[in-house]
Design a protein around this ligand. Structure first.
Ligand code: ADP
Ligand code: MG
Length: 579
């Protein structure tokens, strides 16, 4: 007797449908996406009982022709691609031709549509995937899809539906995502005959207005615009201002080529980019729109296209970090003036010597001299680059035990001695780590930590990657661990740090990223604090070192290291312009 049987096509359909239409919210998502693909500029969504009783999505798009209408619920029938190469450059949301057929097989489905170039509309009614009515039907241009009794044919799936409240929440999330990705479309959402949203079209630049309509509480005032472009990758959007306390992850949205996606570890990366500009337990706010050449991503990895794969994930992550940091603190020294003037390109008369004391001529205003001076200080190498935006030529000592006052020919810099010194240490340590990867070091006295069950489970589960990273350990009792071997770069003496490092290892970060926080902490400890006496000669060295940093204007935790006030700004303040 055969034990293996070929499944009935109807069963195959229902199993496959489960991948695309997992819950009412997935139906909503697919229907809205179809409306957007049909170039609608107004979409109305109505749901009843969390979408389980009835869903209606109505649009004013191009509509469906009479002959196409029955094809819409055929499996793998789509008007959006014809060849496999088309997927590589896909701009529409749909292309798999699975949504309506899946939806039809698990519900009572009705599609009313009038195509823009046809005189009358038509209607299709299907039950469990079989067409039971196909007839002319009077309607306006566009399409209306009505879904009733979702999952009537898959009782198990129906049983697993959550409460209406939870399904409503999921639905809301899908509507929010697509409405943020398409600000020029008018969205109306009614739930159980109560209006939830009426979002009028806005240009992309005014998206914060739509965001405000959705999240209320004047979230518009908490957003900073972000724009970043590098190597054919563009990132634009809005992120939360520093110091904003936000405890929910509900304001975290990422769109790639206008498709809402979920990226593993993304919110973690963004959190890290903020450093300590937001509290540890706070959740960053972000609405980011990335434009990536379609050939560098694969959208066809998930039946509902929720996930996306990158050809070069690392550089995308790197750019994200860079874009956030540049937005929080622009890499040019901060200034109350908008534009930064490039001091060295403008010929200026030689300044009379300043009369403040102590005065130390750092260098004449060209790079050669900097190199010469740096030769006298053994820790510098000649070929190190000077950051062109920050190159003071003299300093006037320290104010309030905290701020170095320095100037170039055209700007006064007020530099925080601690954060500046921190930045220098941080970059040097990172560079060192890149040059000399850590070696394994056996500890004479193992470090012992007590762990809770959750921590033990995580370590047990990822034993191998943690070992491969260079942390050798044993569990010595059921709740304590002895660390016997560690990379020599590290000094682990706090459990907190150990756990943080473990989390980063598990998440697959590279070693620089794993060590980053550790380096920042070490840098902080090694740096001058408020009221520390700094010899004028050493101030000079700090300024030279800082000018060689990649990001001189902020400390590793994200705070500014300096403020700049330009000569012309001062002239404005003293009404000297034109005198
Ligand atoms: P896909 O979107 O992947 O092509 P679907 O099953 O979602 O597959 O839809 C099948 C086809 O039905 C689409 O390719 C499109 O031609 C047509 N269609 C579906 N919804 C609409 C709509 N709202 N307006 C116009 N055409 C639609
Ligand atoms: Mg579709």
């Amino acid at each position: 007797m055969n034990k293996i049987k070929k499944l009935d096509p109807v069963i195959i359909d229902r199993i496959a449908a489960g991948e695309v239409i997992e819950k009412p919210a997935s139906a909503i998502k697919e229907l809205i996406e179809n409306s957007i693909d049909a170039k609608a500029n107004k979409i109305e969504i109505l749901t009843y009982k969390g979408g389980t009783e009835k869903i209606i999505v109505k649009d004013n798009g191009e509509g469906i022709t009479k002959v196409d209408l029955p094809l819409t619920i055929e499996k793998h029938a789509t008007s959006k691609i014809t060849t496999i190469e088309d997927i590589e450059n896909i701009l529409s949301y749909g292309f798999r031709g699975e949504a309506l057929s899946s939806l039809a097989s698990v519900s009572h489905l009705e599609i009313q549509s009038k195509y823009k170039d046809e005189a009358t509309g038509n209607r299709l009614v299907a039950m469990g995937g079989k067409i039971i009515k196909l007839e002319p039907f009077p309607c306006l241009q566009g399409t209306k899809v009505i879904v009733e009794n979702l999952f009537f044919s898959t009782p198990v799936r129906k049983k697993f539906l959550k409460t209406d409240t939870i399904e409503n929440k999921n639905i809301l999330k899908e509507i929010i995502k697509l409405s943020l990705a398409n600000p020029s479309i008018h969205f109306i959402y009614n739930r159980d005959d109560k209006q939830i949203f009426n979002m009028h079209p806005v240009p992309f630049e005014s998206l914060p207005e739509r965001i405000n309509l959705i999240f209320k509480n004047n979230i518009i005032d908490q957003l900073l615009p972000l724009y970043f472009e590098k190597n054919s990758i563009k990132i634009k959007g809005w992120i939360g201002k520093p110091r904003i306390q936000n405890s929910l992850t509900d304001k975290q949205y990422i769109f790639i080529n206008n498709r809402p996606v979920e990226i593993k570890n993304f919110s973690y990366i963004i959190k890290n980019s903020y450093g300590d500009l937001i509290p540890d337990e706070a959740k960053p706010i972000y609405f980011l729109f990335m434009e990536i050449p379609p050939s560098e991503i694969d959208v066809n990895v998930h039946p509902a296209k929720k996930e996306i794969r990158f050809l070069n994930e690392n550089s995308i992550f790197q750019y994200t970090i860079e874009s956030i940091r540049k937005t929080l603190i622009p890499n040019i020294p901060l200034s109350i003036e908008k534009k930064s003037s490039m001091a060295r390109n403008i010929p200026v008369k030689k300044d009379p010597p300043p009369f403040l004391y102590p005065v130390e001529e750092i260098l004449k205003s060209n790079i050669q001299t900097v190199t010469m001076i740096s030769e006298q200080i053994p820790s510098f190498q000649k070929e190190e680059k000077i950051n062109s935006d920050f190159l003071p030529t003299k300093h006037f000592g320290i104010l309030f035990g905290t701020y170095i006052l320095a100037a170039d020919q055209d700007n006064l810099f007020i530099i925080d001695q601690h954060t500046a010194h921190e930045r220098i240490h941080y970059e040097k340590k990172r560079e060192y780590l890149q040059k000399y990867p850590p070696q394994l070091q056996i500890l004479l006295n193992p470090i012992i930590f007590h762990l809770n069950q959750e921590e033990i489970d995580i370590i047990e589960e990822h034993r191998k990657v943690i070992r491969d990273f260079g942390l050798q350990f044993d569990f010595i009792t059921k709740d304590s661990i002895a660390i016997r071997e560690i990379p020599d770069f590290l000094e682990i003496n706090e459990k907190d740090l150990f756990i943080k490092i473990i989390h980063k290892i598990i998440k697959g970060f590279n070693s620089i990223e794993i060590y980053d926080e550790y380096i920042a902490r070490k840098a902080c400890l090694a740096s001058f604090k408020k009221n520390d006496y700094i010899h004028p000669h050493f101030i000079t060295q700090i300024l030279i070192d800082l000018s060689k940093c990649k990001e001189p204007a902020r400390c590793p935790h994200g705070r500014p290291t300096m403020i700049k006030i330009s000569r012309s700004e001062m002239e404005n303040l003293f009404y000297r312009k034109g005198f």
